[in-house]
Design a protein around this ligand. Sequence first.
Ligand SMILES: Cc1cc2nc3c(=O)[nH]c(=O)nc-3n(C[C@H](O)[C@H](O)[C@H](O)COP(=O)(O)OP(=O)(O)OC[C@H]3O[C@@H](n4cnc5c(N)ncnc54)[C@H](O)[C@@H]3O)c2cc1C
Length: 490
Amino acid sequence: MQKSVSIIGGGLAGLAGAIYLARNGFKVKLFEKNSKTGGKANEIRLGPYRFDTGPSLLTMPFVLQDLLGDSLHELGLQPVEPVCRYFFADGSSLDTSSDRKKMLENLYRFSPSSADEYLKFINHSKRIYQRTADVFLFSPIHEIKKLIRLKYLPTLLKFYQIDPFRTVHQSVSAFFTDHRLIQLFDRYATYNGSNPFQAPATLNIIPFVEYELKSCYIKNGMYRLVELLVKLAQNLDVEICTSHSVEKILYNTNGVTGIVANGRHFKSNYVLSNMDVVQTWQRLIDGFDNYQKKLDRLEPSLSGLVFLWGIEGRFDRLKHHNIFFSSNYEKEFREIFAEGIFPSEPTVYIAITSKKDPNHAPENGENWFVLVNMPFINKNLNMDKAIQQIRIHTISILGRHGIKIKDKIKMEKILTPNDFDNLYNSNKGSIYGLSSNSKSSAFKRPPNRDRRIKNLYFAGGSTHPGGGIPLVLLSGKIAAQLITEKKENR
Ligand SMILES: Cc1cc2nc3c(=O)[nH]c(=O)nc-3n(C[C@H](O)[C@H](O)[C@H](O)COP(=O)(O)OP(=O)(O)OC[C@H]3O[C@@H](n4cnc5c(N)ncnc54)[C@H](O)[C@@H]3O)c2cc1C
């Protein structure tokens, strides 16, 4: 008889899990609390302006090939060039490129010794990728029996070669002499919501992934990915129930029996939760108090403060992706992670999709997605003050680089850590799940297959392999594989 799966949450990981499971012959019902699927990868319109509300850059596009097959071409993936324009506190700027020749030329002009340094660094980054990807990205790391297979043993035995004992910053500082490039490459720790001054240098895998495995934009906006996933899922007979908030996971001594959503009981053989793992245990599962407390001690990732600005005028100095660095990165991360306060002088990220898709803004306008790193929700965080001061800071830092926007903001919507919590049940408003601020973080992430309740599985940024589009899609695949193997072994 066909086995059934209830999926909690229609974020990217839930949708990916649904597609893989339906392909493997399961009857899948997906419950999403909001009226739209996509979770953090969402889209809104403010008058004539259109915005993505979450991810703006797609790395590891090959992950989509496996999930989407021939439908991949429908996304019209576009390379991003330059990958990003970086503005530094001393007034200088640098365009990065995934064309290695161009990158080396730009670096040489910026700081002559850095071209050679970059070559050494990117080769180091590539080595980490080659050593870790199979075990840490594409496999269920908590399934010990699989890990000790011969294929993975070399990686496990050469653990020291993946640079786990230094921090990202220590390792980057050993490669580069120019403090601006140290800041630039330190930034990659934030791609999974971590602190470069604490996170293990294994995260230096990310520059290789971004520059050498290519980074993309999705034609017409990142939300097109969500729409395509929904279409594929529905073609495979996945039933998607939006505006259905799951209130309970039901289980007995034999394992899960189903879920309760909007007060109704839905039976299923398996439950796959795409809701944040910590939140799933705290809000949906009775019992297990000690485990819930243990999960609560895991450090959430960075959160963010987002301004969606409908801007009047066009700004040629800005590219699709732009970073305005603070003058003291260490202080910025100390404030965020150690003190839990909003950064007094934050680094500002601006993405403008109307550079590629002019119809995302009126003729003489641009749609700015402005993101500043923030602490996860805690008692020291004063949100009203943060919004006020960070808006002033952003306008002022842009002004220092000759970009005057004081009277140019015609529309505004703000997303705070509280919004990420309320909208998507993300743990303390974190936007990437759990931080990787310690050497053992990868192993401490809650597993895709739960050991306490039989037939309960997890996918999404707070479980293995972590946050960001490609990783959460992979988590959906890993969870679906584990469920399928379970069914076949019965
Ligand atoms: C501002 C911002 C910028 C980002 N930038 C990038 C980027 O440039 N590149 C990148 O790769 N990544 C980026 N990310 C991270 C990326 O968006 C996330 O890692 C990814 O979208 C998370 O997907 P998910 O499926 O794990 O979780 P979510 O998107 O959180 O999905 C979980 C879903 O579960 C639903 N849900 C929760 N509780 C329940 C319940 N009880 N019942 C029913 N449904 C429920 C939620 O509503 C949500 O739809 C960014 C994120 C943010 C917020």
